[in-house]
Design a protein around this ligand. Structure first.
Ligand code: LLP
Length: 421
């Protein structure tokens, strides 16, 4: 499952490429490195799981919006799930088929909805005001919009509260009690809206497939209720959220096959097209953040490895206390002492850490380290805090060659924002 791993020789490889050889050719700045074949394999896992079902795999672009990655997923047949006008513009630029795109979000703006209506993208209704905006957009675009209702089934995803989205008090979606109001209002706009589906998204990093099944059972009940009022419902969208193995301890986690099999019968007997919206499980394990050791220090009873990578490039540990596995990419010196370290960055925040209490050999200056499973929600959440410009991205291609797929930002890029002012 992990395509970045250590060989018996103690060096880390990915797709046969030794990472030390890669960093030896690069300037000393953190960068992201992905495996293109791993993204393909992750996509194929969903494709295989969905055999025999009518389906759309909608890649959640928020997980990683690198244009080359989008183009690659599109070439494999993926659709796209979008949460902003700019994600929609980027997906169109990458050539995604609009009829396999879904525009989600609790604060969609009118201009962006007009674009979605013009392009024929599926749109999720998230609230009363959102419905009004979609109607308005349909009128402006003079197009009928295919809509899905995002309903909160209130199934506990058992995840960090920041990434739970389908519960009773969530800012996303609508509550079942309000269903009738939405159905009546959609009915009142036959020229603007065509209700074609129901959507839910429970949360992210979910590691039990029963959670998806419980939600699907409820969603099917809602769909029956909606159909009983004469709507022709085609889509059941169960959102994204499948977790991955961040801990690297050999734990067996559900696969896309397990996820799809848990809802397969319901989808078939409901005569529905299944939409899934995976982000993390398509890209997370395909990437690492590569950074280097700037120095080692001790304060009080803490040992620190100070890296040139930081919370600006990779914020998940700081923001959610998330665990991402950290390893050296080359064997340490033979007598290197193994100690418990906090792996930290140079940013002026005590929250700036990549890992806490990690058992690691004391590394040499400029030794390369990777933060694993950094293909999702890492680069896409990167900031320029402390004027750390966003890093470059590379991927290993099918033939084992390493190719740049995004330039690093520079101070010149930053200064351009002030030109002519
Ligand atoms: N669909 C909807 C409506 C979503 O809100 C999300 C993620 C997805 C699909 C994709 O979920 P996935 O398969 O990637 O779990 N920044 C957080 C994750 C936030 C997820 C937000 N919604 C993190 O770094 O863990």
């Amino acid at each position: 499952q992990h395509c970045f791993r250590k060989n018996r020789d103690g060096f880390m490889y990915c797709e046969g490429v030794r990472l030390q050889n890669v960093i030896d050719t690069m300037e000393r700045r953190p960068f992201y490195l992905y495996s293109k074949p791993q993204i393909t394999r992750n996509y194929e896992a969903y494709e295989n799981a969905l055999k025999g079902l009518d389906s759309i795999i909608g890649y959640a672009v928020k997980a990683n919006n690198n244009l080359k990655i989008l183009e690659h997923l599109r070439s494999l047949g993926s659709g796209a799930v979008l949460v902003s006008g700019n994600e929609l513009r980027l997906a169109l630029n990458a050539g995604f088929d609009p009829s396999r795109c879904i525009f989600n979000g609790n604060g969609k703006l009118l201009d962006d909805l007009v674009l979605a209506a013009n392009e024929g993208v599926l749109v999720n209704i998230d609230s009363e005001f959102d419905l009004e905006n979609i109607v308005e957009a349909a009128k402006i675009a003079k197009k009928k919009v295919q809509v899905l209702l995002r309903i909160n089934p209130d199934v506990d995803p058992e995840v960090h509260p920041y990434v739970a989205t389908g519960n009773k008090n969530s800012k996303f979606g609508i509550r079942n009690e309000k269903l009738q109001w939405f159905l009546d209002t959609v009915k009142a706009h036959p020229n603007e809206l065509n209700l074609v589906g129901a959507h839910c998204h429970l949360g992210s990093t979910i590691t039990k497939v029963n959670i998806f099944k419980d939600a699907a059972v409820l969603m099917i009940q809602y769909i029956d209720q909606i159909r009983a009022q004469g709507f022709e419902i085609k889509y059941l969208n169960i959102g994204g959220g499948l977790g991955i193995d961040y801990h690297h301890k050999g734990e067996v986690l559900p696969t896309p096959m397990d996820l799809i099999n848990s809802v397969r019968k319901l989808v078939i007997s409901g005569n529905l097209t299944l939409i899934v919206e995976p982000g993390r499980s398509l890209v997370a394990n395909s990437g690492v953040l590569v950074s280097r050791v700037v120095g080692v220090k001790t304060n009080g009873n803490k040992n620190f490895i100070v890296m040139d990578g930081s919370m600006a490039e990779l914020i998940r540990p700081s923001l959610y206390g998330a665990y991402q596995h950290i390893e050296l990419i080359s064997p340490p010196a033979p007598k290197a002492k193994i100690q418990t370290f906090d792996v930290v960055g140079p940013v002026c925040e005590s929250a700036d850490f990549l890992g806490k209490d990690r058992e690691l050999p004391t590394p040499a200056m400029w030794a390369g380290m990777v933060v694993h499973d950094a293909g999702a929600y890492c680069m896409s959440m990167a900031s320029t805090y402390n004027l750390r410009m966003r890093p470059a991205e590379y991927w290993i291609q099918d033939d084992g060659s390493v190719k740049k797929i995004r330039h690093a930002e520079t101070i010149e890029d930053h200064l351009r924002y002030f030109e002519g002012l």
